[in-house]
Design a binder for this molecule. Structure first.
Ligand SMILES: Nc1ncnc2c1ncn2[C@@H]1O[C@H](COP(=O)(O)OP(=O)(O)OP(=O)(O)O)[C@@H](O)[C@H]1O
Ligand SMILES: [Mg+2]
Length: 322
């Protein structure tokens, strides 16, 4: 039984029947890191938030399952959900200012999480706050705990947000572009911190980024998204050594190496409100197959736990579209 199982998840617009995330499925073992790659608007964040059953306004759940440690997230009551969120699964975001409360100190915010999930007396709670701040590499925790978010530098704010996310002792952490806004040195420090937490605590992580290099470094496996669906999923090694989907190949080709961009990804992403009925990558594909014009390809097994949504690697049953 995998630790996280997402099965045929469809998330879409509330008022119109338009899926934005389409039949997304993947599994993750405890302590594994899944990288989610794809260009802007392909559905990375919606997928990440759906693992906490959180949606931006105008977006809602249509169907499918999310099982975290065998807990069926979408069958829980609001009350049960509030015990899971923050405790079993937590999220960190690109911009800590949007998830930290500006009128509470860092210590007070972490205390809120601790009060919600644990029954500690105030002395033990204070000790735990210092411990959490130290754990994320914040020195002088007694002083920092009294700071307001705006009094901290960008790197410290990011660490404070991670401490808050860790306060509930989650087993699954969704990290949505957690380092994109940071300069390179801070970016590396935060990535190392996440990897360290993953190794020391067997923290399972879903790591969202559009940066191939970062995802390659941190992830055990990678899901490549295109226009709201997974087009390829495999181990990190497989994705980089043997990319099968033309979109994955184009992403890798367009990643700057030795200061040079080898190839620029042509065309623009599909408008999710007007998705083609056939292969969603058809218009941009350098070598499109004729089936792709009208038929939507399934995600098929191309060996070694390597799945790809492309007619070049196998046949599709027109009836069993995925
Ligand atoms: N509140 C909303 N109302 C309507 N459409 C939305 C809403 N939030 C997201 N979408 C649409 O859903 C799609 C996926 O959005 P999402 O935020 O998951 O993309 P993303 O891959 O995280 O992009 P980025 O790399 O820019 O963060 C986008 O096409 C977006 O326009
Ligand atoms: Mg996003």
């Amino acid at each position: 039984m995998p630790f996280l199982e997402v099965k045929d998840l469809i998330i879409g617009l509330k008022k119109r029947n338009i899926p934005l995330i389409d039949k997304v499925s993947f599994t993750l073992e405890k302590g594994e890191i899944l990288g989610i790659l794809g260009e802007s608007g392909c559905g990375k964040s919606l997928t990440g938030f759906s693992l906490l059953r959180l949606f931006p306004s105008g977006v809602s759940y249509y169907s499918g399952k999310v099982l975290i440690d065998n807990i069926d997230l979408y069958s829980l009551s609001e009350k049960e959900l509030s015990k899971i969120r923050g405790k079993k699964v937590a999220i960190i975001l690109q911009d800590p200012l949007s998830s930290l409360n500006p009128v509470l100190t860092i210590g007070e915010q972490i205390a809120e999480v601790l009060k919600h999930h644990f029954n500690l007396n105030s002395k033990n709670r204070r000790e735990r706050i210092y411990e959490l701040l130290k754990e994320v590499g914040i020195s002088e925790p007694e002083i920092r705990a009294k700071s307001y978010p705006h009094q901290l530098s960008g790197g410290l704010r990011q660490r404070a947000m991670i401490a808050m996310a860790l306060a509930g002792e989650p087993e699954l952490l969704v990290a949505d572009e957690p380092t994109t806004a940071l300069d390179l040195t801070l970016q590396i420090q935060i990535l190392e911190l996440l990897k360290d937490l993953n190794q020391k605590k067997s923290l399972t992580i879903v790591f969202i980024s559009h940066d191939l290099g970062v995802v390659r470094w941190i992830s055990d496996k990678i899901a490549v998204f295109y226009a709201g669906e997974i087009v390829e999923i495999a181990s990190t090694e497989e994705v980089f050594n043997n990319p099968l989907h033309p979109y994955t190949q184009a992403l890798i080709e367009s990643y700057p190496r030795e200061g040079k961009i080898r190839k620029i990804l042509k065309g623009s992403p599909v408008n999710l409100l007007q998705k083609p009925s056939g292969c969603r990558y058809f218009e941009r594909c350098e070598n499109p197959c004729k089936e792709g014009k009208n038929i939507h390809p399934d995600l098929i097994n191309a060996g070694k736990n390597h799945w790809v949504r492309c007619f070049k690697y196998g046949n599709v049953s027109v009836f069993g579209r995925n």
